[in-house]
Write a protein that binds this ligand. Structure first.
Ligand code: DXP
Ligand SMILES: NCC(=O)COP(=O)(O)O
Length: 253
């Protein structure tokens, strides 16, 4: 079964907008776990516009499920943070400074030597490593040569094209997933996954171990509440028994 890791960046964005501690990021993380999330993801950025480095230390103290930290290992401060807090998983993402959000995966072919060094640094510290990549077989194959444990497929392209034709939208992800299986890599996915597109992705991409979802999930929680929303996402990742019904609205949970 595919595990759900809730990205809580947007909770920090809301908190930071007023300078106080409302909403309380730590309490939200605990609640996500209590409501069924199987992991918590954060993506601290150098400007600390949402997750602050101090949040990462505080989260490490209280989380009881998988802790996944995403970020750019070009930043030595990020590397130090991850090595000091030792999450279960680090996901390396090639973001430029000041980027609005992640918008591409690693070129694992041209950065193979660099990534091999970085992967070793984290793995030597006992941290599982995942590399954020576009759904391109060549990038997945080259990722395996860095020694990484997993890749995370960047799903914005899937999310954009899903409503125009889901078979076409998912096709490169199926090929990339099969390549990951062939070269012995675990598979994660994330970015712009939502209640509408998640089930088809999870049902069709083989070997999907984990999805990290933030923006849409936190937005949905405004309407459905956090507990209902997490249950709805978990349901999209679960098998529907024959004759069963998709949970679609708050009243039907
Ligand atoms: C790697 C990825 O797709 C997500 O971590 C995304 O970048 C979230 O970061 P923001 O919340 O800053 O958009
Ligand atoms: N790795 C993807 C992630 O953590 C969340 O991305 P999004 O759902 O906020 O687009």
């Amino acid at each position: 079964m595919t595990r759900l890791s809730v990205n809580i960046n947007k909770i920090a964005t809301l908190r930071n907008s007023r300078g106080g501690n409302n909403p309380d990021l730590i309490q939200v993380a605990k609640d996500c776990e209590a409501f069924g999330a199987q992991g918590i993801t954060v993506h601290p950025r150098p400007d600390e516009r949402h997750i602050r480095y101090a949040d990462v230390y505080a989260l490490k103290e209280i989380l009881t499920t998988e802790f996944n930290i995403e970020g750019n290992c070009d930043e030595e401060k990020f590397v130090e943070l991850v090595l000091a807090t030792k999450p279960h998983q680090v996901t390396l993402v090639p973001d430029a400074l000041g980027q609005l959000t992640s918008n591409h995966g690693w070129d694992t072919v041209n950065n193979k030597a660099y990534l091999t060094d970085m992967v070793k640094r984290f793995k030597d510290a006992g941290i599982r490593v995942s590399l954020f990549v576009d759904p391109v077989e060549e990038m997945v194959a080259a990722a395996a040569e860095t020694g990484t444990d997993r890749v995370e497929l960047y799903t914005e392209g899937y999310a954009i094209h899903y409503n125009q034709g889901f078979e076409l939208a998912v096709a490169p992800y199926i090929l990339a997933a099969k390549k990951a299986q062939e070269v012995g890599l675990g598979l994660n996915a994330g970015h712009d996954l939502d209640l509408n597109n998640l089930r088809y992705f999870a049902d069709n991409v083989p070997g999907l171990l984990e999805v990290s979802i933030g923006h849409a999930l936190i937005s949905d929680a405004l309407y459905y509440g956090l507990e209902n929303t997490i249950q709805m996402y978990l349901q999209r990742l679960s098998h529907i028994p024959a004759g069963g019904q998709e949970v679609g609205t708050i009243g039907t949970i």
